[in-house]
Ligand binder design. Structure first.
Ligand code: GTP
Ligand code: MG
Length: 483
C-alpha cells in the first residue's frame, strides 16, 4: 500500500460540529488500548491520516535492519524501533486497516506487543515522537460515531459491553451495539416524522383541497406512538436491572444465619460465622450473579435492642443499609419459635419488599410458613439451610424475579438503556402526549407541531443526531483512553 493515501471521511454527522474543544479532527491519535498491567499481549492503536506513515517509520523486519512495509488487512511480524536512536523496543505484530474499513473509518494500525507497561509505553512514545497525539478518553469510539460508522446508542453500547457484570448484561449490550435500541427508536421516529409532516401540511396549506385536517386521527396517532414509546421505555427499565443490578440487604435477629446465608449465596466464605450472637458488626458486601441479575448482597449486624455501644452502632448501620437497599432478605431461624424480634424485623422490612428466608431447615422445624405469612406483607417465604446449601437456588430465583419484576411488569423483549437514553424515551413520550392533548382540546395545530418536534429532538438525542457537543463530551469522557 502507498503510504499517505488515506481517504479520511469528514468527521461530522448530521450537522457541523466542533470536533472536540482544543483538538483537531484530522490529528492522528494513538493510545495503549489494553489494560496497564502484565499480560500476554498489549496493543498500541493508531488512527488517523498519518497512521500508516508513522507505523512504517517505526517498524523493521525481524532482522531489525530493513523497513517493513505494512500489509493491508494482514499481519506482519517485525520489530518496533525508536525513530530517533534506532534502538529496538519490542517485537510486535502489526495490523493495518486502511480507511474506510476500520473501526474509526480512518487508517488504523495496531501494534500487538508484549503486554507490559515497559514495552507498551516505549512503543507509544515512539509513535508520539513521529507526530501522533495521545488520544483522549473514548476518542477512537467518538471518531467511529462522528464518521457515521455507528450511532450514539451503539457507541454507548461499547462501554456497556466492557462493563457488563453478567452474561445477560453482555447480551443486552451487544444487541445495542448491533443496533437494537437504535432500530427501535428509528422505527418510532419514522412515525413521528410522518405525523409532523401531516400537521405541517395542514398548517402551511390550510386552503388546500386536502380537506380539513382530521383532528381525531392526529390525536389517535400521537397517542399510539406515545404508547409504543412508553412500551419501549418499560422494556428498557427492565433491561436496566441487568445493567445496574440491585442491592439486597440481608437482615434479621442475631445468630439466625445471615452471614452463613451471604457465604452460601456467594459460594465462598466471605463473612465471619460463629455461634456467638452479635458476630457481624460492620456491613459486609459483595457482588454476585443471580440468574443474570447482578446483585450486591449486604450482610448486616443482627437487629436487636442492646446496651453494647459497638453493637448499637452496628444496628444503626443495619437500619441505614436496609433503607438504602432495593430489596431485603429477612432471615429467620426456623429451628426456634418465631419471636417478637423476628416480627419486628419483618415489619421493618415490609415496606422494602423482598423475600423471607426460613433458615436452618436441616434442623427440626419450629416455625412454619403459615406462622410467617401474616407478618410478611406479601414477601414470599423460602425454606433454606445456609449450612447444608438447601434451597439456595430457589432463593436466588425468587430474588432475581423480584428484582426484574419490581421495575417493570414485563420481561419479554427487554432492551438495555442508559439513564440518559431512558430519560430521552420518557420525554419523547411526554411530548407526544402533550401534542395529543392539545389537538384533542382544540388548540392550534402549530402548537402541537412544536410538541412533536420536541419528541423528535429527544429521539435524536438517543441516536445522536441532535446530541450536543456537551452531551458527547460527557458520554465519551466515561470511556477509558484507548477505547
Ligand atoms: N444447623 C444450622 N446452623 C446454621 C445454619 N445457618 C447458620 N447456622 C449456624 O448459626 C450460627 C450463627 O450463624 P451466623 O451466620 O454467624 O449468623 P448471623 O445471623 O450472621 O449472626 P450475627 O452476625 O451474630 O447477627 C452459626 O453457628 C452457624 O453455623 C443452618 O442452615 N443450619
Ligand atoms: Mg453475621
Amino acid at each position: 500500500m502507498k503510504v499517505g493515501q488515506a481517504r479520511t471521511p469528514k468527521l461530522t454527522r448530521g450537522r457541523e460540529r466542533v470536533y472536540m474543544q482544543g483538538y483537531a479532527e484530522n490529528d492522528t491519535i494513538a493510545a495503549i488500548s489494553t489494560p496497564l498491567g502484565e499480560g500476554g499481549i498489549g496493543i498500541v492503536r493508531i488512527s488517523g491520516p498519518r497512521a500508516l506513515e508513522i507505523a512504517s517509520r517505526l517498524f523493521r523486519d525481524p532482522s531489525g535492519k530493513r523497513h517493513r512495509t505494512l500489509k493491508p488487512w494482514g499481519l506482519r511480524y517485525g520489530i518496533v524501533v525508536d525513530p530517533e536512536t534506532g534502538e529496538e523496543i519490542d517485537e510486535a505484530l502489526a495490523s493495518a486497516m486502511p480507511a474506510p474499513h476500520s473501526f474509526t473509518r480512518e487508517d488504523v494500525v495496531e501494534f500487538s506487543c508484549h503486554g507490559g507497561i515497559g514495552p507498551l509505553s516505549r512503543v507509544l512514545d515512539a509513535v508520539l515522537k513521529c507526530g501522533a497525539r495521545l488520544a483522549q478518553p473514548g476518542e477512537f469510539t467518538r471518531r467511529a460515531f462522528l464518521s457515521g460508522r455507528i450511532d450514539l446508542a451503539q457507541a454507548e453500547a461499547v462501554i456497556e459491553i466492557v462493563r457488563a457484570r453478567t452474561d445477560s448484561a453482555r447480551r443486552l449490550a451487544l444487541a445495542n451495539l448491533r443496533g437494537g435500541l437504535s432500530a427501535a427508536v428509528v422505527s418510532i421516529r419514522d412515525d413521528v416524522v410522518a405525523l409532523l409532516a401531516e400537521l405541517e401540511a395542514a398548517v402551511d396549506f390550510p386552503e388546500d383541497d386536502v380537506g380539513e385536517p382530521d383532528h381525531a386521527a392526529i390525536t389517535r396517532q400521537a397517542r399510539e406512538t406515545a404508547s409504543r414509546l412508553r412500551g419501549l421505555a418499560a422494556r428498557a427499565r427492565c433491561g436496566r436491572v441487568y445493567r445496574d443490578g440491585v442491592t439486597v440487604a440481608i437482615v434479621g435477629r442475631p445468630n439466625v444465619g445471615k452471614s452463613s446465608l451471604l457465604n452460601a449465596l456467594l459460594g465462598r466464605s466471605r463473612a465471619i460465622v460463629t455461634d456467638v450472637p452479635g458476630t457481624t458488626r460492620d456491613a459486609v458486601e459483595d457482588w454476585t450473579n443471580m440468574r443474570g441479575v447482578p446483585v450486591r448482597l449486604v450482610d448486616t449486624a443482627g437487629l436487636r435492642e442492646t446496651d453494647d455501644p459497638v453493637e448499637r452502632l452496628g444496628v444503626e448501620r443495619t437500619r441505614e443499609r436496609l433503607d438504602e437497599a432495593d430489596l431485603a432478605i429477612v432471615v429467620i431461624d426456623g429451628s426456634e419459635p418465631l419471636s417478637d424480634g423476628d416480627v419486628a424485623v419483618l415489619r421493618r422490612a415490609s415496606g422494602k419488599g423482598g423475600a423471607v428466608a426460613l433458615n436452618k431447615s436441616d434442623l427440626p422445624p419450629k416455625v412454619s410458613e403459615s406462622d410467617v405469612v401474616p407478618h410478611a406483607a406479601g414477601m414470599p417465604v423460602v425454606r433454606v439451610s445456609a449450612k447444608a446449601g438447601a434451597g439456595i437456588g430457589s432463593l436466588e430465583g425468587t430474588i432475581a424475579r423480584l428484582a426484574v419484576g419490581r421495575v417493570a411488569g414485563v420481561s419479554e423483549g427487554m432492551v438495555m438503556a442508559t439513564a440518559r437514553q431512558q430519560e430521552a424515551l420518557e420525554r419523547a413520550a411526554a411530548a407526544l402526549d402533550e401534542a395529543a392533548r392539545g389537538v384533542d382540546g382544540g388548540a392550534p395545530l402549530d402548537l402541537a407541531a412544536i410538541d412533536i418536534r420536541e419528541a423528535l429532538f429527544w429521539l435524536d438525542q438517543i441516536t445522536g443526531r441532535s446530541a450536543s457537543d456537551e452531551v458527547l463530551d460527557k458520554i465519551f469522557s466515561e470511556f477509558c483512553i484507548g477505547k
